[in-house]
Design a protein around this ligand. Structure first.
Ligand SMILES: Nc1ncnc2c1ncn2[C@@H]1O[C@H](COP(=O)(O)OP(=O)(O)OP(=O)(O)O)[C@@H](O)[C@H]1O
Ligand SMILES: [Mg+2]
Length: 469
């Protein structure tokens, strides 16, 4: 996992440095995002009175497809552990889209954020949950777990003789021997000796309790949640290996151990303070010219609907009311035919930072292949390493790959860095297929290999269209 920073540690230059590990070029966009992040932090430190006056410095990223607009946003969100949602602005202009529910973006953000908070809390109780899971498994293996219990703690209550008055002595002896067995199982579990043994456990039966109500899909109402867990969780018996049972039981236990209200509160707060909403295709909600009728009216309508959210308002969600004041909005689009200045003035004012991203050069492509962390080349190397294949790229092969990608972008559609994926997939298609079967497990990709696949000159590119993402 990447190191997470506190916002105060993240000076703009530090942020840009971090982004440089994954994204080549686009200095201006990196700086803009870094500053926006810092400004949000600065704003949060102001007095209430001053804060009201300072408007957030939301950003619009302009540039062709596949040059890093989404990637920069994703990386920045990861860097500060910020909940992020992506929406397509055009979704709100769709014909038949009733009510243009733009608030759904905030509800989605909060849901994402609360889920994240739950996972974080569950992670923190993981050791406890795993210990509880092992207890359950040991009980089960020792035959000490007959009845279903609602809590995961050790289930002695359920095996105490409380029904027919029977020969107590016999019962006690039986119980003693089972307890001894349980101790033995616990030790063997701890030693990892039972991982592949089969065990039958009670698994909570999720699903079936979620119903959608017409027009309220976004509210995502879960009946069980609505009734605060009044409906007993259904369980079913499943037999599986101990290692799998532990994972499932530990998840169930962790889910029980965490405080859901705490998760909700943390989630809401993180969404409000750190949330990022990425509005893609924002240029597509710009009407072509003033005064036109038809679809353009609805585009401007979408802008008006979005405005209060971006300006700062309170949105009701199933988790409670959420303030949008500090949420960072990043708009993105190609802006081929429309300009930012054609947005309605109020919305323009809320996106004061506009940056253009450059289209990527052949040199950029080379750097994307060689200088980024977990680059695509490394990904292929890792994938093939699982087959025992050691994959090596010579420098001149990488140059050639970059060159092919670049010229394919020139001659066909320019799909930016995504082209690298299609080129590499084509290049390694054969090897990917044969990797498990080849004898010589050390494969060197040199320029000749690349030319062999693509031809010294670029040939018919139509053939590669199936690899377009
Ligand atoms: N400057 C860059 N440096 C490194 N990788 C990049 C760069 N630009 C794009 N990529 C890679 O290319 C892919 C597509 O990039 P991204 O999703 O950011 O495109 P985009 O600009 O959002 O395009 P679109 O307008 O189509 O959404 C991603 O896998 C990303 O990692
Ligand atoms: Mg994108």
């Amino acid at each position: 996992m990447t190191h997470k920073y506190d916002l105060n540690e993240l000076t703009p230059s530090r942020t840009v440095e971090e982004l440089n590990r994954y994204i080549i070029g686009q200095e201006e966009a990196k700086k803009a995002v870094a500053v926006a992040l810092r400004n949000r932090y600065r704003r949060a430190l102001l007095t209430d009175e001053m804060r009201e006056e300072v408007t957030p410095k939301n950003i619009i990223l302009m540039g062709p497809t596949g040059v890093g607009k989404t990637e920069i946003t994703r990386r920045i969100a990861k860097l500060v552990n910020a909940p992020l949602v992506k929406v397509e602005a055009t979704k709100f202009t769709e014909v038949g889209y009733v009510g243009r529910d733009v608030e759904s973006m905030i509800r989605d953000l909060v849901s994402t954020s609360v889920r994240k908070a739950e996972q974080d809390l569950m992670e923190a109780v993981r050791p406890q949950a795993e210990a509880a899971a092992d207890d359950i498994i040991a009980d089960t293996l020792a035959g000490l777990r007959r009845k279903k219990k609602e809590s995961g703690s050790v289930a002695l209550g359920s095996i105490l003789p409380n029904k027919k008055p029977v020969s107590t002595e016999e019962q006690e002896a039986k119980l003693r021997s089972r307890k001894e067995k349980r101790e033995a199982y616990r030790k063997r579990l701890a030693a990892g000796e039972l991982e592949d043994e089969k065990v039958t456990i009670e698994v909570e039966d999720k699903g079936g309790t979620s119903i959608g109500m017409a027009g309220m899909e976004d509210m995502n109402i879960n009946v069980n949640e609505m009734f605060g867990g009044l409906i007993p969780t259904k369980t079913k018996k499943r037999t599986m290996k101990v290692r799998d049972a532990r994972r499932i039981l530990a998840d169930q236990e962790a889910d029980r151990l965490i405080d859901k209200d705490e998760a909700t509160e943390l989630g809401i707060r993180n969404a409000e303070q750190n949330g990022i909403v990425f509005i893609d295709e924002i240029d597509k909600i710009i009407g072509s010219s003033a005064g036109t009728q038809g679809p353009d009216v609805s585009r401007e309508g979408v802008q008006r609907d979005i405005l209060p959210i971006v300006e700062g308002s309170i949105v009701n969600t199933k988790y409670g009311p959420v303030r949008t004041d500090y949420i960072l909005f990043i708009g993105s689009g190609a802006f081929h035919s429309a300009k930012v200045s054609e947005l309605i003035p109020e919305l323009q004012g809320r996106f004061p930072v506009n940056v253009e991203l450059d289209s990527l050069s052949q040199k950029n492509f080379e750097e994307i292949l060689t200088k980024t962390e977990n680059s695509i080349l490394m990904q292929y190397q890792a994938l093939l390493a699982t087959e025992g294949v050691e994959l090596e790229f010579t420098d001149d092969s990488i140059q050639r790959i970059a060159e092919i990608a670049w010229s394919q972008n020139e001659t066909e559609e320019n799909i930016g860095a995504r082209r690298l994926h299609t080129v590499l997939e084509r290049l390694l298609e054969e090897l990917s297929y044969e990797a498990p079967d080849i004898a010589d497990k050390h494969v060197i990709i040199d320029r000749a290999y690349v030319d062999d696949v693509f031809g010294p000159q670029i040939v018919d590119e139509q053939a590669y269209t199936k690899y377009l993402i």
